[in-house]
Design a protein around this ligand. Structure first.
Ligand code: SF4
Ligand code: SF4
Length: 462
């Protein structure tokens, strides 16, 4: 079952009625499985295949395993392990010339694994701990104080240098090293009025990790949208979008979060829901599929999905009105997988950055390969994530850029930690923080780039 040999033949028919060892609730679609012609074009784009060269840890191998389970082979822990090892980066979706919808296949398969297999106790405990905190902004907020103290006391530096935590638990060491340096909280008001003539009203998703660990990104997003003429509503009652749950097979939990978010933004009466976290945005664009069987929400989920926009996608659709001030800086732009591969948003962030006078965008070599963050993958599989992070850090360094820019909190944490470990730290920022700095007439030093005088506050615009 787990041989490294290439699966024989083409996709082959899979009985659409039978679901084999999967249960009857949304098994991976027989029709989609049959789309795979086993050509192997996706293999070089798959991070786990690149690292291990194992067929069953490639997209083609995983699709073969899904077909086999549908045909009655048991869903063993070993088989589930190949699905768990998938980062869900969707590099294979971009690479596949036959248009195989691996994203839908792996989403369905993960939910089946969650319902029909039992993981070892240590893994169950780790997953329970992660899901008891990450989708709950208030619980994450409670961690901020102790974490800041830990970082400021110097204990964090000591632990990383000594490697002692790595020896005790690589999972704990990963958590500790991924936490970004925490600054002061920057709450976003529930209403930010448009500067100048109002062009519309948008909702802003605050997120969980984004809100508590990168509050500056939300603040910058609200400022930029307001500067471009939009009223920004950020309801305080909004919760998690359910992305982490959906991407980890926790379908009922993801559906609960989705329903609540739909309720919140429907009440707010916004024309668009703007998102600055790639993983959240890609998940919110799949609400219609998630809630398709719910008569009370199916149509509302479809309508909601239509309104969701990544912030760079939204800004690229509207004529810019705010003045861009020069920012003399070179940036390496990293495509977050859930922005590039999952949402097909590649040109818009480059267009926004490229329109800033003085700013030079540089491409990261091998840029389409995942950095290893992949939601909570780097906490569950720290060894694999580390290897991918090291590859990414080396490629980012090759650009010689002064600043690394990306659009996902997970990628920011993963690349920051990988660059630190390599001994080549560099400043990082979200795309919207760079645009915000330009609109406010700030300097590269305000984004942490050394070598320029830090501005003393006050913003020329808007
Ligand atoms: S490129 Fe597409 S069709 Fe070819 S093996 Fe990969 S998933 Fe299957
Ligand atoms: S989603 Fe990423 S890790 Fe998973 S099979 Fe596709 S390319 Fe490989």
């Amino acid at each position: 079952m787990t041989s490294t040999a290439r699966p024989a033949g083409g996709g082959g028919p899979v009985d659409p009625q039978a679901h084999g060892a999967f249960d009857a609730h949304r098994p991976p679609s027989a029709e989609l499985l049959a789309d795979c012609v086993h050509c192997g074009f996706c293999l070089p784009s798959c991070p786990t295949y690149v690292l291990w060269g194992e067929e069953m840890d490639s997209p083609r191998g995983r699709i073969h395993l899904m077909s086999q389970v549908r045909e009655g082979e048991p869903l063993t822990q070993e088989v589930a392990g190949h699905f768990d090892a998938c980062l869900g980066c969707m590099g294979c979706v971009t690479a596949c010339p036959s248009g195989v919808q691996y994203d839908e296949l792996i989403t369905a398969t993960r939910a089946q694994v969650e319902r029909n297999t039992s993981r070892p106790p240590a893994q169950r405990l780790l997953r329970s701990a992660i899901f008891a905190f990450f989708p709950y902004p208030r619980r994450l907020r409670a961690l901020r104080g102790p974490l800041r103290l830990h970082q400021r006391s110097g204990l964090s530096r000591l632990l990383r240098k000594s490697g002692v935590l790595q020896r005790i638990s690589p999972h704990l060491a990963a958590m500790e090293s991924l936490a970004p340096p925490l600054g002061a909280a920057e709450p976003v008001p529930e209403v930010t009025r448009a500067a100048g003539p109002r062009r519309g009203t948008v909702g802003l998703l605050l997120g969980c990790v984004q809100r508590e660990f990168f509050p500056g990104v939300n603040a910058a997003t609200a400022r930029v949208l307001a500067a471009e003429g939009f009223d920004v509503l950020a309801p305080a009652s909004q919760g998690c979008c359910g992305a982490l749950s959906a991407h980890n097979g926790r379908e009922p939990e993801a559906a609960r979060f989705a329903r609540r978010l739909i309720d919140t933004f429907e009440s707010a009466g916004v024309e668009h829901v703007v998102v600055n976290s790639a993983g959240c945005g890609s998940s919110m664009k799949e609400y219609a599929a998630l809630l398709a069987d719910d008569p009370a929400y199916a149509a509302r989920a479809e309508a909601f999905e239509e309104k969701v926009r990544d912030v760079s996608e939204f800004l690229a659709e509207v004529e810019p009105v705010a003045t861009r001030h020069p920012l003399e800086v070179s940036v390496a732009y990293h495509d977050a997988c859930h922005l590039g591969h999952a949402q097909g948003i590649r040109s818009q962030p480059r267009q926004l950055l490229g329109a800033i006078p003085g700013l030079e965008v540089r491409e990261v070599p091998d840029g389409s390969l995942c950095c290893g963050s992949a939601g909570i993958y780097n906490l569950l599989n720290p060894g694999t994530a580390r290897e991918l992070g090291d590859l990414k850090a080396a490629n980012v360094q090759r650009t010689g850029a002064q600043l690394l820019v990306t659009a996902n909190p997970g990628c920011l944490m993963q690349i920051h930690s990988s660059l630190e470990r390599a001994g080549t730290p560099m400043p990082l920022a979200h795309t919207i923080e760079v645009l915000d700095a330009s609109l406010r007439g700030r300097q590269p030093s305000d984004l942490g780039v050394p070598g320029a005088t830090r501005s003393t506050g006050g913003s020329p615009t808007p």
